[in-house]
Design a protein around this ligand. Structure first.
Ligand code: IPM
Ligand code: MG
Length: 363
């Protein structure tokens, strides 16, 4: 098969980690007889440098013409980068939000898995994580505070800023349906996270989620307030299977969940629309402080490529081969700096990519 893959290397460590994921995909291609035709697309700071804006029609059209898009990371150091002297709408992050909206990528899957080999890097007490955990955060990605009306003005002589949190029932229903469908392929449990003791939008979220649950009698639905969820993630992470939540809560909880896995450098993500198309990116940022130094962990991007094979291209075997290779390289004891522990072998970005390529085998 030939697949068209849009590639957004992005900023900071983006280009180096994406290069490793491409090596891995090329190895999969030669082993399994596929062709990946890559088309590079500009987004974020790299796009600002070329065109003065963080996204262009060419980027969106290029993504639309692809079967899936693989992305590194975008953005720079807000204190020192000239990109952050621009008005908010022209900064790198605005490009990311625009592409999510333009492609209708409403479902953001962020798995937080504790690898047994990395248990030592987890900051929680071993008694809390014994046997590991496997959480899937499903974050609504095109609604809520991120896309509601906002403005800053002087009102009654005071500088006043307004952001609006809006959800309609359709937006809630489609993400809830995704949560239940995903839970069916996992441990059949959905915990929906909201702030229903305060917010109207959360009360609607709860009501619609319960309506959807009626179609999934085999899946257990429970509700948890977001402040409690933040606490439960560090108190008893093993209680979670699928966490379903709105955009802003998901942004915050997914960073927290990544931390308890030991390294944000390990976590992949998929952003899907209602077709098989998706945008795949590591959950971490562009780490400008270590960019270009061969220090970044490419595993989150490599695992994002595996999610791409699984969810957009329906190549399960190939995705399994990548996941196995990553586990084996960790078992072999190779570590980038972020996941380094005593007794392991420290490697750079490229070597980590090479080790994973070497370990890819057909089942
Ligand atoms: C993320 C990031 C983005 C978000 C930023 C870069 C706009 O934090 O993907 O989690 O808030 O969605
Ligand atoms: Mg975030």
């Amino acid at each position: 098969m030939e697949y068209k893959i849009g590639v957004i290397p992005g900023d900071g460590i983006g280009p180096e980690i994406v290069a490793q994921a491409r090596k891995v995909l090329d190895r999969v291609a030669s082993l399994y007889g596929h062709t990946f035709a890559y088309r590079e697309l500009l987004l974020g700071g790299a796009c600002i440098d070329r065109h003065g804006v963080p996204i262009t029609d060419e980027t969106v059209e290029g993504a639309r013409a692809s079967d899936a898009v693989l992305m590194g990371s975008i953005g720079g150091d807000a204190k020192t980068s000239p990109w952050y002297k621009l008005e908010p709408k022209k900064r790198p992050e605005a490009g990311l939000l625009s592409i999510r909206k333009a492609l209708g990528l409403f479902a953001n899957l962020r798995p937080a898995v504790l690898y047994p080999e990395l248990a030592g890097a987890c900051p929680l007490k071993p008694s809390l994580t014994e046997g590991g955990f496997d959480i899937l955060i499903l974050r609504e990605l095109t609604g809520g505070l991120y896309f509601g009306d906002r403005h800053t003005a002087v009102e009654n002589g005071l500088r006043t800023a307004v952001d609006t949190l809006t959800y309609n029932e359709e937006e809630i229903r489609r993400i809830a349906v995704k949560a239940f469908e995903i839970a069916r392929k996992r441990k059949h449990s959905v915990i929906s996270v909201d702030k229903a003791n305060v917010l109207d939008s959360s009360r609607l979220w709860r009501a619609v989620t319960e309506e959807v649950a009626k179609d999934y009698p085999d899946v257990t639905l429970s509700h948890m307030l977001v402040d409690n969820c933040a606490m439960q993630l560090v108190r008893d992470p093993k209680q979670f299977d699928v966490i379903l939540t709105e955009n802003m809560f998901g942004d915050i909880l997914s960073d927290e969940a990544s931390m308890i896995t030991g390294s944000i450098g390990m976590l992949a993500s998929a952003s899907l629309n209602d077709t098989s198309f998706g945008l795949y990116e590591p959950s971490h940022g562009s780490a400008p402080d270590i960019a270009g130094q061969d220090k970044a962990n490419p595993i989150a991007t490599i695992l994002s490529a595996s999610m791409m094979l699984r969810y957009s291209l329906d190549r399960q075997e190939e995705a399994d081969a990548i996941d196995r290779a990553v586990s084996q390289v960790l078992e072999d004891g190779y570590r980038t700096g972020d996941i380094m522990t005593e007794g392991c072998q420290l490697v750079g970005t490229k070597e980590m990519g090479d080790r994973i390529v070497e370990r890819i085998r057909k089942d």
